[in-house]
Design a protein. Structure first.
Lengths: 673, 289
């Protein structure tokens, strides 16, 4: 990747010269930071782009306004901060035109350092000379992470009732990611696959506004290009396997043309619509040589999909107390790819769907502080699959919801809400055959599973004293699937959040919050081994997942004296997951009985602290000292350095302590006379 | 007479102010008292420009939004004709919509935020040089004042980098309403995700139905206690559907964890089935290469 900094400097210096009568103000910021990161890591995203201990911080912002026409202005800013490099430039006349440009660079790291058996990790990964297997193999350190560089150009022109706008965007992604590869059962390996992708898009919008009409003609085109289309590799686990190639994703393109708008009969009555047609294509050629010998080569592996969207909505508020909204949506996903045969047993697997939704919702102010909102919705989804066989599955959802805001009880404002969705599905013969209890293939997916979902919410705001507010929110969700045999069996979650906002004094505000989430899921399986090779041949099991997430935080802002402000943002989160299972007897649907087992728990604790002290040395000059800390401890049995001996990839659970100390001086320029 | 001087002085100020309000540059009178507002930034923003010399934009003055407010001028303790803080629910939105009515604003009055009584001024700072909710680094803080769950989500194991502003709420959500489902910026969930994850857009020769149907069948959009924003951990997530003979139907218990079974450690199912988002390779009929 080309370094971004020279481009930023060049663009900054190329800013237009300002006229003598114009007003120019701006700011400059200089500083330095130091971090203890030994491996370039500080959290998942907030790691320094500069990986050494000491690094510079800087920024420059200039705002210009035309002395004769203050509606004409420009803006230019360049920033090198802890976690990103960015440049923005804008030239505009309010309500007339706008030209804007921005570019940013930032990086995401994935879980810290890894080790692999491959010394060469470019297009073809070959095993080192003399490699005889994982035992005693040399380890090579590698870096997992993706650096993104995003640039955009914004253009806008207002011509009377017309506003023409365009946004051109480009993103480059470079780095490496872990990807699995296998020859057959039992010889999987993780590889470090290069990421070298580019995504360009253009968004066009012609908007017309005149009287009751608001119309938008939109066009969107996007092109994705992958410069690392394939990864050749030698299997480090199965040395007898021939060299193979992984498909890292073909180029693709997407074009959408849409027309949406609204007609306002009255300020409170409007009809709106949205029509669009999109075309998605891929252009794949690299796999041609890989097709099975003896099979006729195909002219093309291209694929095409056409999406059509139609939406119509009518909104009306006949009076101050009552309003309603009626909506109809239709979407069709039409896969136009040929059902090609790619190998003796491999047919392309293609998916189509149509969705239709009709919804009515309304709100009514009853007086006396009572307010009701509610609605009903009908959804129908038809999903069709074309492979060796073709089949279609349908699902019908009926959704009802109601929310009641009650009169205040003294200092307490509160509301209650309940919603429910009932789903019926009409599964194809092929799908039902896959559920054969004697030899199941696929359980019914979540979105086709008949059952009922319930959701309850309670929201309350309690004013405890002047300047002291407690807000509470509770939500319970439950799915009751009509599915006792295989797949999802039950699912429920609880969520509670409390927030305390305290304006202690004019110069001191404190905000504290607590959040708790519980998520439970149970599902049934069937260990189908007719030969009895495994411990539990032809036996059913049930597995329970329990995820918990607890978080709390405190924000404080204290103006100790004029020009001196201290702020603190401290947050801590604990996430735990546990997994239990038990074998079921033939007609067993309960939780008790049977041989049970538990996997070790998985835990992730995160603590973040962001504390700063800002001192206004003068009306234009501010000094700021900022300290950042992140402590992350993940304990996950799925990872460990011993994975190197299993998957040829040493990858441990992330644990890190990051500290960064930043000092900056910011000076505000005086406006030009 | 001396005792009447303060009153006369006030009258003089009020008359002067009212005369100033009659002029195009009416803000001058307001700024006699509200100097801090100007220094705080409104003079640097589009809302402090006064009359448009080219006549292309409506004049944006204090009185354009707060009304002529003669009573307030005469007696500062009397509120202006209109104040956003005192407006109930969306009462102040009409003032903003008088100018901001193009594009997505056509849907504002009927959108989710308006229905919940969230007004323009609930999120937007008008009197400052920059509006935090329109700043990449500031938007998350504004949105999570109400959307507390998304704030806590940033402390989960896998997450979209929203706290840092690398992903903004408005990258995916249309806060002013629109015709798309679920308040999204794009027609569907998947189209929204493909804005950044275009490599998963396909179309592929081997499509994985739930992936093409809706990313949220498997992923949580904001954050998850599981890796890769997954709703449940592999292999248990995959086993909600894949239950066929041999390894998909195996109960992965502590014995297999101790054995370091490749179907449960590392990336679990994805150790082999790495192309779950779709593929073109002949081996992609089982999403392996």
């Amino acid at each position: 990747m080309k370094p971004l900094a020279p481009h930023l400097i060049a663009l900054t210096l190329a800013a237009p010269a300002w006229g003598a009568s114009d007003r120019l103000d701006g700011w400059v910021e200089l500083g330095a930071g130091v971090t203890d990161n030994g491996n370039g890591r500080f959290g998942e995203y907030r790691q320094p782009l500069q990986t050494s201990g000491l690094f510079g911080l800087g920024g420059l912002g200039l705002t210009w306004r035309d002395g004769d026409d203050p509606y004409r202005h420009g803006y230019l800013a360049a920033v090198a901060s802890l976690d990103q490099l960015a440049f923005e430039a804008l030239h505009a006349r309010q309500g007339s035109y706008r030209i804007g440009f921005d570019i940013r660079q930032f990086e995401a790291l994935s879980r810290g350092p890894v080790s692999t058996v491959f010394a060469d990790r470019d297009g073809v990964q070959t095993l080192p000379p003399g490699y005889g297997g994982l035992a005693g193999a040399e380890r090579f350190d590698a870096h997992l992470g993706v650096r993104r560089e995003r640039a955009g150009l914004d253009l806008m022109r207002q011509l009377g009732p017309w506003r023409l706008a365009a946004r051109l965007s480009s993103e480059n992604k470079e780095g490496g990611r872990a990807v699995g590869a296998s020859e057959r059962f039992g010889d999987a390996a993780l590889l470090l696959a290069p990421v070298d992708q580019r995504h360009d898009s253009v968004d066009l919008d012609a908007a017309y506004l005149d009287g009751p009409w608001s119309l938008n003609l939109r066009g969107y085109h996007s092109r994705f290009g992958n410069d690392s289309r394939a990864l050749g590799y030698a299997n480090p686990v199965n040395l007898a396997a021939p060299p193979r190639t992984l498909d890292l994703g073909p180029d693709n393109g997407f074009t959408r043309v849409g027309f949406d708008g609204a007609y306002r009969f009255a300020p409170t009555r409007q009809v709106s619509w949205f029509l669009s047609r999109a075309d998605a294509r891929q252009d794949d050629d690299f796999l041609q040589p890989l097709l099975v010998a003896g099979q006729p080569l195909l002219d093309s592996l291209d694929a095409q999909r056409v999406d059509t969207d139609l939406r119509l909505a009518f909104h009306d508020r006949p009076g101050a107390r009552f309003g309603y909204r009626l909506r109809w949506d239709y979407r069709e996903r039409d896969n136009r790819t040929d059902r090609v045969q790619l190998s003796p047993s491999g047919y392309a697997h293609l998916y189509d769907s149509t969705r239709e939704r009709l919804a009515l919702d309304a709100d009514y102010r009853l007086g006396g502080g009572w307010r009701w909102k509610g609605g009903a919705e009908l959804r129908r989804v038809e999903r069709a699959t074309r492979a060796l066989e073709s089949f279609r599955d349908d699902a019908d959802d009926r959704h009802l919801w109601s929310e009641l805001r009650l009169p205040a009880l003294g200092p307490l404002d509160w509301s209650l809400a309940v919603e429910t969705t009932e789903r019926d599905s009409d599964l194809s013969t092929a799908r039902r055959a896959e559920l054969n209890p004697a030899a199941p293939v696929l359980a019914t997916p979540d979105y086709l599973l008949a059952g009922r979902n319930w959701q309850y919410r309670l929201t309350a705001d309690l004013t405890l004293a002047e300047g002291l507010l407690l807000a509470a929110h509770y939500r319970h969700t439950r799915d009751d699937f009509r599915n006792d045999y295989l797949g999802l069996h039950g699912r429920d979650s609880d969520e509670l959040s409390l927030t305390l906002a305290w304006q202690a004094r004019r110069d001191l505000s404190v905000n504290a919050w607590v959040q708790h989430q519980d998520f439970h899921l149970s599902q049934n399986g069937f260990e189908f081994h007719p030969t009895g090779a495994r411990s539990q041949a032809n036996a059913r099991w049930r597995q329970f997942s329990d995820d918990q997430s607890r978080a709390l935080g405190v924000n404080l802002r204290w103006q100790a004296r004029p020009g001196l402000v201290a702020s603190l943002d401290l947050s801590h989160g604990e996430n735990d997951s546990s997994y239990r299972s038990r074998w079921l007897e033939a007609a067993d649907t309960g939780e008790a009985g049977g041989t049970s087992d538990s996997l070790p728990g998985v835990g992730v604790d995160v603590t973040r602290l962001d504390a700063s002290l800002a001192w206004d040395y003068s009306a234009r000059t501010r000094l700021q000292l900022r300290y950042l800390h992140e402590r992350l401890r993940a304990d996950d049995w799925a990872w460990g350095d011993d994975l190197f001996n299993v998957l040829a990839f040493g990858w441990t659970s992330p644990r890190h302590d990051g500290h960064a100390l930043l000092f900056t001086l910011r000076h505000q320029f005086a406006p030009a006379p | 007479m001396i005792r009447r001087l303060p009153a006369l002085a006030l009258l003089w100020l009020a008359l002067g102010a009212m005369a100033a309000l009659a002029e195009p540059g009416a803000d001058a009178a307001c700024l006699m008292c509200h100097k801090g507002v100007a220094e705080g930034g409104i003079s640097h923003s589009a809302h402090g420009l006064g009359a448009d010399p080219a006549g292309m934009s409506p004049a944006v003055t204090c009185t354009a939004c707060h009304g002529p407010s003669p009573a307030h001028v005469a007696s500062p303790r009397t509120p202006p004709d209109f104040t956003f803080a005192r407006a109930e629910g969306n009462g102040g939105d009409g003032t903003c919509l008088a100018c901001h009515q193009q594009g997505a604003m056509a849907h504002w009055a009927f959108g989710e935020h308006a229905a919940a009584g969230v007004s323009c001024a609930s999120c937007h700072a008008i009197h400052t040089a920059t509006d935090p909710v329109r700043e990449r680094g500031g938007q998350f803080g504004v949105c999570t004042d109400c959307h507390q769950r998304e704030k806590a989500d940033q402390l989960k194991f896998s997450r979209h980098p929203m706290a840092e502003g690398h992903v903004q709420c408005s990258d995916c959500h249309a806060p002013h309403g629109g015709s798309a489902l679920n308040g999204l910026t794009q027609p569907t969930v998947n189209d929204t995700c493909y804005q950044c994850h275009a490599e998963k857009r396909g179309p592929f020769l081997f499509e994985h139905e739930p992936v093409q149907d809706d990313c949220t069948h498997c992923h949580l959009p904001h954050a998850s206690v599981n890796d890769q924003l997954l709703k449940a951990r592999e292999p248990f997530l995959c086993q909600q559907c894949h239950i066929a003979a041999r390894h998909p139907g195996t109960l992965y218990d502590s014995a297999r964890q101790v054995q370091r079974d490749i179907n449960i450690v590392g990336q679990s199912c994805s150790n082999c089935h790495s192309q779950v988002h779709g593929g073109n390779h002949p081996a992609s009929s089982t999403f392996r290469r």
